[in-house]
Design a protein. Structure first.
Length: 216
């Protein structure tokens, strides 16, 4: 109905005009991405466009997965492995509810959860690690606390990447935390064993990591 050539003609014949073509299926602003259109108009008229700060929250992130899952799945076969996974996830979700955690995502044999308090996150991870042993499996878990970007129902950002990297360095049955988490739970009665300084892939600097003592 409205060829882009018409708009180009107007832009060429109005002194000082600027022609901008945006992706989309309709030229009516209320039928498409109105924000993108308004941003272009605002920048043209004022020289700047409003910067919207992304929604961020402080959270403790927990990552956990089953140690040696590929080998165990091969030993058990698909049916028994699926039953084992269901038992593992059922236990993990019960502990998440108990410690007021929120499940963010699951993938294969791993899960990703968040907490509004690091001590509850640690105790949840320790409870899961202890609870799965009767199932004949071990998990490794890692936690970090930091500002996370809210992305719909999920969270993301560098704090989430750090949590995942910390979990990847945990030993079988171990709950590993960043120095940030350790400092935040001072006075909680949770004890730690130092695991030294580590470089986390894709994350600047060195990070001191600590394993949660079994008494936790």
């Amino acid at each position: 109905m409205m060829p882009a050539a018409h708009s180009r003609y107007l832009a060429e014949h109005i002194p000082g005009a600027k022609y901008v073509e945006l992706p989309g299926d309709d030229h009516l602003p209320f039928m498409g991405d109105a924000d993108a259109l308004v941003d272009e108009v605002q920048e043209f008229l004022t020289g700047t466009r409003e910067h919207v700060e992304p929604d961020r929250v402080l959270a403790t992130v927990l990552f956990a997965d089953i140690v040696g899952s590929t080998e165990r799945a091969a030993q058990l076969g698909d049916h028994r492995w699926r039953e084992l996974l269901e038992g593992y996830y059922d236990l993990a979700r019960r502990e998440l509810t108990r410690f007021r955690g929120r499940e963010i995502d699951t993938a294969g044999d791993g899960f990703f959860a968040s907490f509004d308090g690091p001590a509850r996150g640690i105790r949840c991870a320790a409870a899961i690690a202890a609870g799965v042993r009767p199932l004949g499996i071990e998990v490794r878990a890692g936690l970090h606390t930091g500002e996370c970007e809210v992305i719909g129902e999920k969270i993301g950002g560098i704090a989430v990447h750090i949590g995942a990297r910390v979990a990847g360095l945990a030993k079988p049955g171990e709950v590993l935390v960043s120095n940030t988490v350790k400092d935040l739970v001072a006075g909680s009665g949770i004890r730690f064993e130092e695991r030294g300084a580590h470089t986390l892939k894709g994350v600047p600097g060195e990070w001191r990591l600590f394993a949660v003592a079994p008494a936790a």
